[in-house]
Each structure stands twice: as C-alpha cells, then as structure tokens.
Design a protein around this ligand. Sequence first.
Ligand code: LLP
Length: 431
Amino acid sequence: MGKERKKGGGKAYQKAEEKIMGFEYINCRLSCDGIRIEEIAERIKTPFYLYSKNEIERKFLLYKEAFEKLSPLICYAAKVNSNIAIFRLLASLGAGCDVASGGELFLALSAGIDQDKIVFNGNGKRGDEIERAVLSDILIICDSPDELFLVDQKSTQKQKKTRVLFRVNPDISASTHPYIATGLAESKFGMKPSVIKELWAIGRNLKNVELVGLSSHIGSQITEIEPFCENARKLASLASELKGAEYLDIGGGLGISYSKEKAPSPKDLADSLLPILFDKGFKLILEPGRSIVGSAGCLITKVSYLKESHKTFIVVDCGMNDLIRPALYKSFHEILPVSQNKEEEIIADVVGPLCEDGDFLGRERKICRPKAGDLLSIMNAGAYGFSMSSNYNARLRPAEVMVIDKDFHIIREQETEEDLICHQRIPDILR
Ligand code: LLP
C-alpha cells in the first residue's frame, strides 16, 4: 500500500488498491501482477518468458464484454502462444480454440478444450490431420476444393458427418507487414468468391460433409478498423447467397501497441461490426490471438556484457532463437530495465549471443547504462514469442512462467541438453 506504481511503458500511475494487472513498476522494480521480477529471476534461470494471468484474463474479458450483443464463439488462435496452461485458463473463461495443425489440435484437446469449440484452419492440412479432426468431430475450415473432397473421403471412411466452413480470400488490403497480410488477392489463403459459390453447390451434395458457413482472416497486427468491416460485409453478403450458411468466422488480427502506435480496442471493433452483423442471423466466430496474450508476456533476460565497439552493444543471454520477431519482421519490442537505476542514458544495440548480425532484440535504444548481471525485460512478447522459438545454435529453449494469484508457476520447464540430443541418432555405420 502507498507504493508508487508506474505502468511498464512508464506512462500511467495507478492507485495501490486497484487490482494489479500485468507489468508495472513498483518502487522502481518491474513487477508482474504485483510480484517483483527480480524475485522470480532468483529462482528461474534466464532467459525465461513471464506471463501475467491477470492481463490474459482482462484482455479476454474485454472481448467477451465488447461482443456481448453478438455472442460469438471466441476461438483463441493457438499458434500465438500454445502453452496448454494458457489454453486452460482461456477455456475456463469460455474460449474455444483456432488450431492450424494436428499438433495444435492435439494440444487443444489435451488442454481440455471442448471439441465443439475448436475450429481447424490452415491451407495445407495433411490427410492424417484431417482424419484426426474428423474423428474428433472438429469444425474444419476448408481452404481448397481438393481439401473438401479429402474431408468428405475421410469422413466417409470413418462414418462421420463433418461440419465445414469455406475459407474465403476476400481480397482485402490491410496495412501490416507483408508477411502477415493474409487477405490479399495474391495470398495463398482461401478461395475466390466465384469458386466458393460453385463449390458450395457441389459440396451440398456430398453425403459426409455439412457446409455450415464461411471464414476468413485478413492478417495480423492490423491497427485500423475499416478492413475488418469490409471483411465482415463481404463475408455476410456472400454467405447470404449460400443455402445453409449459418456461421461467419471473421478471423483474428486486431493489433496491439508495441511502441507509439494506437491500437483499437475490442470494443472499437465490436462497435463497428455491430451494425454490419447484428440481426443478420449468423453465428459469429472470432479468432483473436495477439490482442489477448501479446501484452501479457515478456521475455526476461540478463545482461552478459556491455561492449564498446563502433557502436555500443548490450549483449544479453537471449537471442533470435528465443524471440525471432525483431530479426524476422524488424518488429519493435520495448526493452525495460527490471530494476530502474540512475545511471546516464546511453544509446545501444541490444543483441543476443547467436552467430548472426540479425540476432538483435532492439537497435539504437536509449537505456540507462546497465552492467553485467542486470536484468532486462523485453516487453509485449506474449504473442508469437515462445511459439516461434527454436534450437538454433543448439540453444535450449527457455522456461515459461506464469504469475497466478500472487505466486509464480513454471508452465514449461527450460529445455535441457538431453532434449537437444534425444531425437538424434548416429547410425552404426558412422560409429
Ligand atoms: N486466425 C488465423 C487463420 C490466423 O492465421 C491467425 C494468425 C490468427 C487467427 C491470429 O491472428 P492475431 O489475432 O494474432 O493477429 N508471426 C507473426 C504473426 C503471424 C500471424 C499468423 N496468423 C508475428 O509475429 O507478428
């Protein structure tokens, strides 16, 4: 009580009695749901991902409240962060799951997500993945005519009737990184409306599939509302021409604020979609990911060296294998000291220990001069952080930790060297 709190970004102050949400400074020490991160780092080896249960919950409930009038099924996008503790938490709040591989389907089912709240996305589902989905009565989002026929064939073999949505390529341009704009005409995802109409007529005659609606996802990290509205209008209009179409799945994609960009809230999105979708009679499905878990996670790392070269480098113990977004998309992640100090500010590149110059976490950052052993927090790393990590340079993937009700819990152990070797074999001929 009476402590001075400052939000992670260093902007807003909060009153002590408010429920502590996410990452904020308390007396110059960065904390997660009220627990000092330094305290966690005494017990967990860096680097590690740290998640705030309160923040995940808050972000999910923002969706639920904002969309109340449309009562959608909110299928959290598994690829964003596929830790099953997060699946479980979201399922307990009523979420379903959008999966995009047999592995994600396995994880969602293992976490206890209701099979009738799972949708199966993706443009290259293998036969065995389709078979598993068919056996588990999962709603499949078909991305091509051939996939529809394969779903029908597998369903016939297994004596099942599988519910199917068609993924539409809506030809919508939303400003985001070109790798993650998935609704453009040239994108590999979905089918043209003309193909959808023809295929719908054919699919209605197939015995073991039931066509129940349309789906589309226009991209990720989108911070304007209009493309979502355009998508909803196009889907609703196409669906109204298709007999039996009862579901509209409008995908995910709502962006978050990584630095100074202003991101719309789920309420802004819901308010704009309501006039388009209300009273149309469709059952709505949403597939948000980043906007639920992005701000709820950070990557905690330790400074190994401070090096003066032609530039100043802060070398930390995490790298592009732990968080690839800066290297892959030149994404910006705020980097904050876990313990604020009063040292002079320097401009430095924050780099990892891997053997590539693309191995950076932040370039030309203004930061109070840290020393070896200091902890830094790479913010907004809850989405597409761990889930895109790798063992590059034979580095061990980090632990994941979640703060739940004033205590912290390991939700994934750090890998061991044994993990690096356990699936490898030296054939006898080489011994
Ligand atoms: N639904 C579908 C079909 C998707 O492909 C995606 C993400 C989502 C939902 C969730 O979108 P969100 O709400 O998270 O924007 N690795 C990139 C992002 C790739 C997005 C892939 N699709 C990144 O780190 O920015």
